[in-house]
Write a new protein. Structure first.
Length: 164
């Protein structure tokens, strides 16, 4: 097996493994220990202004410091690997490009979650931040079910009812 084929196989295996494993970035265990958690609220966030507006609205109108565990989730897409393309007599290997894109998405996701978690911690909310990979719809539904969440807060990305 050539090194390029081995690297591609390893990358695919890593992507498959990473998809099923979520990365927990931050959690406030102390806040959870001080007061009983009676409600789990999942907030799906991204870099859109709609997500920020949903977050701000939830802070003012919905979340309760004394009883809520706020679970921030961000789902980054899995970069697709194009099939092999022949350009003249050469072969293009996209694995390095895909790895670079994946790393950029990972860093952006983790930074975003840490920023939102810091805002919650500053206001003494019990929170947890989880980074995930895959299709946002599927992963959010999976995480809400896994956590037995009481509520889900999500921005609309500016889409109307028919496009959501």
């Amino acid at each position: 097996m050539s090194t390029t084929t081995a690297q591609t196989a390893q990358t695919a295996q890593t992507q498959q493994t990473d998809k099923t494993e979520d990365t927990v970035l931050t959690t406030t265990q102390d806040a959870e220990a001080q007061s009983p958690i009676t409600r789990v609220v999942v907030m799906a966030i991204d870099q859109s202004p709609h997500s920020q507006q949903a977050f701000d609205w939830a802070l003012k109108n919905f979340l309760r410091k004394e009883s809520d565990l706020v679970v921030l989730v961000n789902v980054r897409p899995i970069p697709s690997i194009p099939g092999p393309y022949a350009i003249g007599a050469s072969y293009m290997d996209f694995s390095e490009v895909v790895t670079s894109i994946e790393e950029q998405h990972r860093v952006a996701s983790h930074t975003l979650l840490q920023d939102f978690a810091a805002k919650l911690k500053a206001q003494n909310f019990a929170c947890k931040a989880i980074a995930m990979r895959g299709d946002a719809r599927d992963e959010i539904v999976r995480k809400v079910a896994e956590l037995n969440s009481d509520a889900l807060i999500i921005g609309s990305r500016g889409l109307g009812v028919l496009k959501r």
